[in-house]
Design a protein around this ligand. Structure first.
Ligand code: NDP
Length: 329
């Protein structure tokens, strides 16, 4: 038997989420690697799954947890053997395939990537999908030619998981980062991660003009909706905006003006189905480029039972940084 969070759908369509015990017979049969999970995490998407606020879960019952790190305990996959250390992000795990908010999981070997040498399971999950997505966004800016000399980078949803890690990465690479937050009381925290300046997200969250004063060379947006539209309208000629999130909304209520008059590039960032080579490249850079002290400052450790209440908090925007879940406590 092992401990797990289990989600069931109630008759009225709401989600029942509880800490329970499962046995190996309840693990999915469509998987060729059985793993011991040491740490998992609560991302925004896990919050949506556990609270049932959005239809993230499409198969019931479901163990949530889109991220996991631990060791292989059984494998019939040629690339994985007992004792191998892995990281798992996405691929529909915790949505349509039982996930990692549990002490055990059965996964497909093709989904796993080797945990970078020297990176603990706890560090990997402190980073999690949010941090890996921040790295995908930062790499995209760099690959599109935005250098530290190009100008300021705006990071929205700054005190959240993607935002906090994006600030740490980009400032570590020497960029001048401006953090947009609804939690101005966290300005010192954001500056300690490397933000040169902090702005009130209210400056970006309401409908604005299609073209505004040019400020940003690049943007990492985790918020969507009016915030993303205003960020596009304030991006300098030829600048690059990455979009990965929808914390404000999924809509994009803007105009084509920034694209056709300023040559702005808008890049979509997806972590869930990203190809394996891209994942490995992102995780290698996280291992070398992310300041351990900053990651510590970003991270708060919780128990498996606490994951239930923290899922609500993350959806209500009450969480700062990253929540790492010790599934054995
Ligand atoms: P968090 O909840 O940790 O952070 C989101 C942050 O957005 C909050 O901390 C808050 O920051 C800000 N925010 C919350 N509500 C609003 C609002 N109504 N208007 C404006 N800003 C708001 O989530 P994550 O960092 O884990 O994820 C961020 C987004 O990215 C989510 O939408 C998530 O689904 C998405 N995502 C997408 C991925 C992909 O593959 N495309 C992968 C990972 C995440 P503050 O208080 O500082 O303003």
């Amino acid at each position: 038997m092992f401990n797990a969070i289990l989600l069931n759908k109630n008759e009225d369509g709401t989600t029942d989420a509880r800490l329970t015990q499962l046995d190996d017979a309840q693990l999915p049969v469509d998987g060729d690697v059985t793993v011991r999970i040491d740490y998992s995490t609560i991302n925004y998407k896990d919050g949506l799954a556990i609270t049932g606020k959005s239809p993230v879960v499409r198969k019931w019952p479901m163990v949530p947890g889109i991220d996991g790190a631990g060791e292989v305990i059984a494998s019939s996959h040629p690339e994985w053997k007992v004792g191998d250390a892995f990281v798992l992000n996405g691929w529909g795990v915790g949505e349509v395939h039982m996930g990692c908010l549990a002490q055990r999981a059965r996964l497909k070997g093709e989904w796993l990537i080797p945990r970078p040498a020297g990176m603990s399971a706890k560090t990997a999950m402190a980073i999690g999908t949010a941090g890996y997505t921040a790295m995908l966004s930062a790499m995209a800016l760099q690959e599109q030619g935005v250098s530290k000399d190009s100008g300021e980078i705006l990071v929205t949803g700054a005190s959240g998981g993607v935002g906090s890690v994006a600030i740490a990465i980009l400032s570590g690479w020497g960029y001048r980062v401006v953090a947009s937050t609804g939690k101005l009381a966290e300005a010192d925290y954001l500056k300690s991660l490397g933000a040169a300046d902090v702005i009130d997200r209210a400056e970006l969250s309401a409908a604005g003009k299609p073209l505004q004063k040019e400020r940003w060379a690049g943007v990492v947006d985790a918020v969507g909706s009016h915030t993303l539209v205003n960020a596009l309208a304030q991006t300098r000629y030829g600048g690059v905006v990455t979009a990965c999130g929808l914390a404000q909304g999924m809509d994009l209520p803007g105009s084509v003006a920034p694209f056709i008059l300023r040559g702005i590039r808008l890049l979509g960032i997806d972590s869930v189905m990203a190809p394996k080579a891209r994942r490995i490249a992102a995780w290698q850079r996280l291992a070398t480029d992310l300041d351990a002290a900053k990651l510590d400052a970003i991270t708060h450790e919780i128990t498996l039972a606490e994951a239930l209440s923290k899922a609500r908090d993350i959806i209500e925007g009450k969480v700062r940084g990253r929540l790492v879940v010790n599934v054995n406590s």
